[in-house]
Design a protein around this ligand. Structure first.
Ligand code: NAP
Length: 327
């Protein structure tokens, strides 16, 4: 099969289209013919081995997982001997987590980690949901504990996670403020945001409006500034972020670490988010998608051999919602 492989850390040029063996499913795995995959910020961190601290988990001198990509949607081709719930021909979607491997014609994935594809979504839309949607769902529902009537601010509302977070916050009954640049104001409003702050004109940390939950997807503001935008007992959910400036030891983890160190000493709840794929999250995302209230926005679609160009675009950190790969 064709796959995007990488034998050393580095820029997009280190990614190559190669012929590799089709993987064979273990007893508890399913083999999926990939129809679409999606990019996440995770992919360029994994590609560059950046921050360098992450190499302890991803592989010291080169990526342990040779094929890049996490999110996929496709058709089940074959199943292992212990698989009970999934059958050949089923349309599924999922997130391969640190195993990677989605930028390929086939992937093997544990049965427990795939879910039926939302019936009303295209493969590209379904592939756009897992990691970004799980991050948004965990940040708002699980960690942020958003309740109806809460005021929620999403910094980075026009990105892959942000566009899903705006919609999920509305589903959870919140009054939503989205922060984005001028060109994305209409998009964020169209997703349901009640208020939109154009960061090129206004500074949300000096706004009179205070928020019960602030979900930060950019990482460009200090903890002091972010906390200024919260109610006295509000919750700050940190996801990482921070503009890439080439090779750093801990990169976006620095803001998260400082947040965790500060948390015991302040009234605000400060939580560093670590998204982890689960079947329950995929099922919840599918349910919301099938009601028509959660629709991934696709910015660009690239063919498999153009994954390097797609990642180059994403790491500019100005993609509008999701970038997908059609296979
Ligand atoms: N902790 C976790 O488990 C976890 C999981 C997933 C993702 N993340 C992190 O979450 C962050 C967001 O991910 P993503 O996939 O949404 O990234 P993304 O799609 O690359 O985000 C791009 C968006 O960021 C916006 N942006 C750039 N600068 C901004 C600023 N100063 N203020 C507000 N918005 C700004 C851009 O809008 P404009 O073009 O309008 O500026 C663009 O729409 C990433 O840093 C990622 O690493 C963490």
């Amino acid at each position: 099969m064709k796959a995007i492989v990488q034998d050393r850390y580095g820029p997009p040029e280190t990614l190559k289209l190669a012929d590799v063996d089709v993987p064979v499913p273990a007893a508890d795995e399913v083999l999926v013919r990939v129809e679409a995959a999606a990019l996440n910020a995770y992919d360029w961190h994994a590609m560059r081995g950046d921050p360098r601290m992450a190499r302890l988990a991803m592989g010291r001198s080169k990526p342990r997982a040779r094929i890049r990509g996490r999110d996929f949607a496709g058709r089940v081709e074959a199943v292992g001997t212990h698989v009970r719930q999934v059958r050949p021909g089923d349309a599924v979607f999922g997130d391969l987590g640190d195993a990677n491997g989605a930028f390929a014609e086939y992937v093997c994935v544990p049965e427990a980690m795939v879910a039926p594809k939302p019936a009303n979504l295209t493969p590209q839309q379904a592939a756009a949901l897992p990691l970004a949607g799980i991050t948004a769902l965990m940040g708002l529902r699980d960690v942020g504990q958003v309740q109806p009537g809460h005021r929620v601010l999403i910094n980075g509302a026009s990105g892959g996670v942000g566009t899903l977070a705006v919609q999920l916050a509305k589903i959870l009954g919140a009054t939503v403020t989205g922060v984005c640049s001028t060109r994305n104001v209409d998009l964020v409003r169209s997703l349901g945001a009640d208020h939109v702050v154009d960061y090129t004109r206004d500074d949300f940390t000096h706004d009179a409006r205070r928020h019960d939950i602030l979900f930060d997807l950019v990482g460009n503001r200090s903890l002091t500034a972010l906390r200024r935008a919260l109610t006295p007992t509000g919750t700050l959910v940190l996801s990482g972020g921070g503009v890439y400036r080439g090779g750093s030891l801990i990169g976006p983890v620095w803001l998260l670490t400082r947040g965790q160190l500060l948390a015991p000493f302040v009234r605000h709840r400060i939580v560093a988010l670590a998204a982890a794929p689960s079947r329950e999250h995929l099922d919840t995302l599918r349910a919301h998608a099938e009601t028509g209230r959660l629709t991934p926005v696709i910015d660009r679609s690239y063919p498999l051999h153009e994954v390097p160009q797609a990642i180059r675009y994403l790491e500019g950190e100005h993609a509008r919602a999701k970038v997908v790969i059609t296979i």
